[in-house]
Design a protein around this ligand. Structure first.
Ligand code: 5GP
Length: 185
């Protein structure tokens, strides 16, 4: 076991902010980071692979994992469930790694309520028009899902004060660099 304890970095952003791009750039900038792969009941989007972006599981399996206390946190988001498996997190922390959690606000608040060292970052979209354009432009979600995600995005923006840092994602390279600086301190 490493004598250097790891820590968590929680990154939240309304859907459509471009958080995925920022996190991918961050992982390329800093190779010693670990990305926490969440479990979800939503269906994979084209190009997503089980065990890479998410573990895609059934609602039954998700419920089982809740009952077995296998999640560090979990939340319902636009009709689907998302959760952070706790076992890999414990292993990463014990081996001194910085672990990136890409999670929404309810789950982030559950992590904040625990006695774990966490740097919390909220990424803000440059403007709502851009966010709506990105959500619609994905072309993989129904109009209903896009409308629910947009509503949820507006709600989430009112909760950014819970986070230690707020970063505006007007340029993904800059945002990734800013996060790199924050977590290297
Ligand atoms: P998407 O369906 O667009 O991949 O993700 C929807 C939302 O769920 C995003 O805000 C994402 O950060 C969040 N999310 C992904 N994994 C988790 C998780 O394990 N827990 C929680 N609470 N939210 C998650």
């Amino acid at each position: 076991m490493s004598n250097k304890k790891g820590k968590l970095v929680v990154i939240s952003a309304p859907s459509g902010t471009g958080k995925g791009t920022v996190i991918n750039k961050l992982l390329k900038l800093k190779h010693d980071l670990a990305f926490s792969i969440s479990a979800t009941t939503r269906k994979p989007r084209p190009g997503e692979t089980d065990g890479v972006e998410y573990f895609f599981i059934s609602k039954e399996r998700f419920k089982e994992m809740i009952e077995n206390n296998e999640f560090l946190e979990y939340a319902e988001y636009v009709g689907e469930y998302y959760g952070t498996p706790v076992k890999p997190i414990k292993e990463y922390i014990d081996s001194g790694k910085i672990v990136i959690l890409d999670i929404e606000v309810q789950g982030a608040k559950q992590v904040m309520a625990k006695d774990i060292e966490a740097t919390t970052i909220f990424l803000v979209p440059p403007d709502m028009e851009e966010l709506e354009k990105r959500l619609r432009g994905r072309g993989t979600d129904s109009d209903e899902v896009v409308a629910s995600r947009l509503k949820r995005a507006k709600q989430e923006l009112t909760e950014k004060h819970h986070y230690k840092y707020t970063i505006i994602n007007d340029c993904s390279d800059h945002a990734a660099k800013e996060i790199q600086t924050l977590i290297s301190n």
